[in-house]
Design a protein around this ligand. Structure first.
Ligand code: DOR
Ligand code: ZN
Length: 347
């Protein structure tokens, strides 16, 4: 078998870049390998309006290292008072590629998200009309629902009713973590896509909890039992066009991860392509890696595929920094727990 693999340059369809010093530190990690990324809007305060998205886009472009080609694809944070006309204008100008739905309280900086789904109905109807996708953090927040069941319950109680009430709404189920989500996605038409992270292909809940708690493996939605991880691997490597990469790479400083109440997020921007090549090789699906990282996402979003390429070469071993330094303190890079052998050649 050939020890090199050349793909169209990949995109990341779910990425957290933050702002300020953190943005400057983490952006090169993504821009080194990825041509574009869907940028999450959960800043403090959140990116709710078109004007805020435009200003955030300018800050991202200003933070790019000289000579780096990278296109941030902006999103708006759906709040209960979001103005449908502002969303439509931000879409019409080409600035915004999706709107992000966070159930209020579901995850990092989601306090301004949605509690009453009927209040965002006019925005969702406008989005269905203009063809603007809704990216969904799919977890209920009710305290009586077990955290390992929150995705499956969300599909039944929230996602499916919203989709039935809003025909034509294009939806991305973000960072799916269960076989329930895989099965639901497979049963829908081509107006539904699903992103899968790198880390959910690698870890299950034992990795977080057995033999001592591992804060760097804690993210939301939390990794589930092994049968779910296997369903995600099967979906990602299946070649089915509705499944594509969204890393959900989410930097938090070690100081914020290692607290008694630590932040959720795995930082995978640095080594994602090496890890994915390893996973796809294990599944005998290296020929499907390009679909997952470089073709299916643009297909769903109706964007052109990238013309440039990226080459992976298999060698002895490849190492990555354990941490990225930022002015706020170090950010630990996700450790897949196995040696990596696929190196991304500098492009
Ligand atoms: O683990 C996560 N981290 N999940 C999310 O939904 C948000 C993200 C973050 O912003 O840190
Ligand atoms: Zn996220």
């Amino acid at each position: 078998m050939s020890d090199t693999l050349t793909l169209r340059r990949p995109d990341d369809w779910h990425l957290h870049l933050r702002d300020g010093d953190m943005l400057r530190a983490v952006l090169p990690e993504t821009a080194r390998h990825f041509a574009r990324a869907i940028i999450m809007p959960n800043l403090v305060p959140p990116v709710v309006t078109g004007a805020q998205a435009s200003a955030y886009r300018d800050r991202i472009l200003a933070a790019l290292p000289e000579g780096t080609a990278f296109e941030p694809l902006m999103t708006l944070y759906l709040a209960e008072d979001t103005d449908p006309e502002d969303v439509a204008a931000a879409h019409a100008s080409g600035l915004v590629k999706a709107v992000k739905l966070y159930p209020a309280g579901a995850t990092t900086n989601s306090a301004s998200g949605v509690s009453h789904f009927d209040r965002v109905r006019p925005v969702l109807e406008k989005m269905a009309e203009i063809g603007l996708p809704l990216c969904v953090h799919g977890e209920v927040t009710a305290s009586d629902v077990d955290i390992f069941d929150r995705e499956a319950v969300f599909i039944d109680r929230v996602l499916d009713p919203i989709r039935r009430a809003t025909p034509g709404l294009r939806v991305v189920m973000e960072h799916i973590t269960t076989s329930d989500a895989v099965e639901y996605a497979r049963a829908q038409g081509d107006d539904l896509g699903a992103t899968i992270t790198t880390h959910h292909l690698v870890i299950n809940r034992n990795h977080i909890l057995a033999g001592g708690i591992k804060p760097h493996y804690y993210c939301l939605p939390v990794a589930k039992r092994e049968s779910h991880r296997l369903a995600l691997r099967a979906a990602a490597t299946s070649g089915e066009e509705r499944f594509f990469l969204g890393t959900d790479s989410a930097p938090h400083t070690d100081a914020n991860k290692l607290l008694p109440c630590g932040c959720a997020g795995c930082f995978t921007a640095t080594n994602t392509m090496s890890i994915l090549a390893h996973v796809f090789e294990e599944e005998g699906a290296l020929d499907r890696l390009e679909g997952f990282t470089s073709l299916n996402g643009p297909g769903f979003y109706g964007l052109p595929v990238n013309e440039e390429s990226l080459t992976l070469r298999k060698g002895e071993s490849v190492t990555y920094p354990k941490q990225i330094d930022t002015n706020d303190g170090p950010v630990t890079v996700f450790d897949p727990g196995f040696p990596l052998s696929w190196r991304v050649e500098t492009v």
